[in-house]
Design a protein around this ligand. Structure first.
Ligand SMILES: Cc1cc2nc3c(=O)[nH]c(=O)nc-3n(C[C@H](O)[C@H](O)[C@H](O)COP(=O)(O)OP(=O)(O)OC[C@H]3O[C@@H](n4cnc5c(N)ncnc54)[C@H](O)[C@@H]3O)c2cc1C
Length: 432
């Protein structure tokens, strides 16, 4: 059977999709652009607090990164703690780290409150060391996280590693029990339904093409042109992540869109699945050009990585299947004769400083830069932006940190330098 070039998660969604609203009234309190975790969490929270909300999604709800990812709901941030402290100081980083833990609670709470059947489970994550030097750094890392944030990480020596992973290629690991896993396509479908139940008007196939400020009766508003007609809104939230278009040029030039690709095998026999991941962890390795992998609830091995740095196209998806299969077999030789059934790709929203950012840009609220932490972060940022619009005090520690534009060549629409960035990271992986 040929490999299906489709997103495996989508085949597991059983809940009916949220029903798009038909009429597009003239005016709303808030227009949210983007129907992923961030936009839908914002729309749900705003509607629950009584505001009129239009969520405008260019494709279908969850079409972007939110339905395509690994479903790893991770603690921490992308950058190592010493780098963060050097940049922002201990106190700010303490708040950032606390926010990263709160983000997982936020997802868990929404899943519970809205009864979203998405296999959410606090199964913990395992980082595995590709080199002895990486493992040597884990002890110091865990001690620092304990000291600075009072958060527990457990070091796993090479001799203990078989209790965590059925592979002998790593030098040891580090476990964080607070992380979780879920089925992202089911989660985002449930979130769309929840936003709709709360009273938000969701519009699919409603691409925003232009946003202009407008002053009417001395009140400031925004006028949005969409493929379904024009609307005005008092506030706008840009929740378009890596897929941000020219409708929001100031944000677009700050985002570095990076492709990531995933394969999923056929369903594995239960004993083999247990051997590969005895504790069903969310697993990733210690390289810059990393692999991330996990079992699905029906016991497939889902194996992802940056097989190509470019945002997904038919070609990059096809090429990725073989590259990722080779990577998977290097980790798990036991899977040599197992069929790969699915391959798909998606685009991550990186920023130059590899940090999430939020705030206002051209008078509009935005949050972006979640990189590989967006399952928890995008949900939380969406809810937080909604709170700000409703008058909550601003306690987002990432708000206002310096947010530079991406260099030309790495920006959306102009990504010709991405292979160079890819080569640089491969070089770093070789030497460090
Ligand atoms: C392959 C892959 C694996 C990943 N794995 C993980 C993981 O395991 N754990 C983790 O935490 N994170 C992971 N991520 C990252 C995570 O998926 C994202 O950070 C998160 O989904 C971002 O959510 P979002 O709502 O900000 O954006 P998205 O889900 O990308 O949604 C943005 C939406 O905006 C819409 N849009 C854009 N422009 C317009 C416009 N002009 N008008 C209307 N609509 C517009 C797009 O159509 C899109 O649907 C992964 C990402 C990928 C691609």
């Amino acid at each position: 059977m040929p490999i299906k070039e489709t997103n495996y998660w989508l085949e597991t969604v059983t809940t009916p999709p949220a029903q798009p609203a038909r009429e597009l009234p003239d005016s709303f309190d808030v227009a949210v652009i983007g129907g992923g975790f961030c936009g839908l969490a914002a729309a749900r929270a705003l509607a629950k607090r009584g505001l009129s909300v239009a969520l405008l999604e260019a494709e279908t709800f969850g079409w972007g990164a939110s339905s395509r990812n690994g479903g790893m709901v991770l603690t921490g941030m992308k950058l190592p703690v010493p780098t963060l402290i050097k940049r922002y100081g201990s106190e700010t980083v303490r708040k950032m780290y606390a926010a990263s833990l709160e983000q997982i609670d936020c997802v868990e709470q929404i899943v519970r409150e809205e009864n979203i059947e998405c296999d959410f489970s606090r199964c913990g994550h395992l980082e595995v060391a590709c080199k002895q030097a990486h493992f040597n750094g884990y002890e110091e890392s865990a001690a620092r996280v304990k000291r600075e944030f009072n958060h527990e990480l457990r070091i796993i020596s090479k001799s203990e590693l078989r209790a965590e992973i059925g592979s002998d290629i790593y030098y040891g690991g580090m476990v964080d029990e607070s992380s979780a896993g879920l089925n992202p396509a089911r989660y985002v479908a449930g979130l769309a339904q929840a936003a709709q139940r709360a009273g938000a008007c969701l519009y699919d196939h409603a691409r925003v093409t232009k946003i202009e400020p407008e002053i009417k009766n001395s009140a400031r508003k925004f006028r949005l042109q969409t493929s379904k007609g024009a609307i005005t809104a008092r506030e706008v939230i840009l929740a378009s992540g890596a897929y941000t278009t020219e409708a929001a040029p100031a944000l677009r030039k700050k985002i570095i869109p990076i492709g990531s690709y995933i394969i999923a095998t056929e369903v594995l026999p239960a004993p083999l699945a247990r051997e590969l991941s005895p504790r069903n962890r969310m697993i990733y390795d210690s390289k810059h050009f990393l692999y991330y992998y996990r079992l699905t609830p029906d016991n497939r091995m889902l194996f992802g990585g940056r097989a190509a740095f470019f945002p997904e196209t038919e070609n990059t998806v096809r090429q990725s299947a073989e590259i990722l299969r080779r990577g998977m077999i290097a980790v798990y030789p036991q899977l040599r004769d197992i069929k790969v059934e699915f391959v798909w790709g998606g685009t991550l929203d990186f920023t130059l400083d590899v940090m999430p950012h939020s705030g206002k840009i051209d008078g509009m609220y935005f949050a972006a830069g979640f990189a590989g932490h967006g399952v928890a972060a995008a949900t939380w940022f969406g809810a937080k932006l909604a709170g700000l619009i409703c008058g909550d005090s601003n306690d987002i520690p990432f708000d206002g940190i310096k947010f530079s534009a991406a260099p030309l060549g790495l920006r959306s629409g102009h990504t010709w330098a991405l292979p160079l960035a890819g080569a640089w990271y491969r070089l770093l992986d070789f030497f460090t």
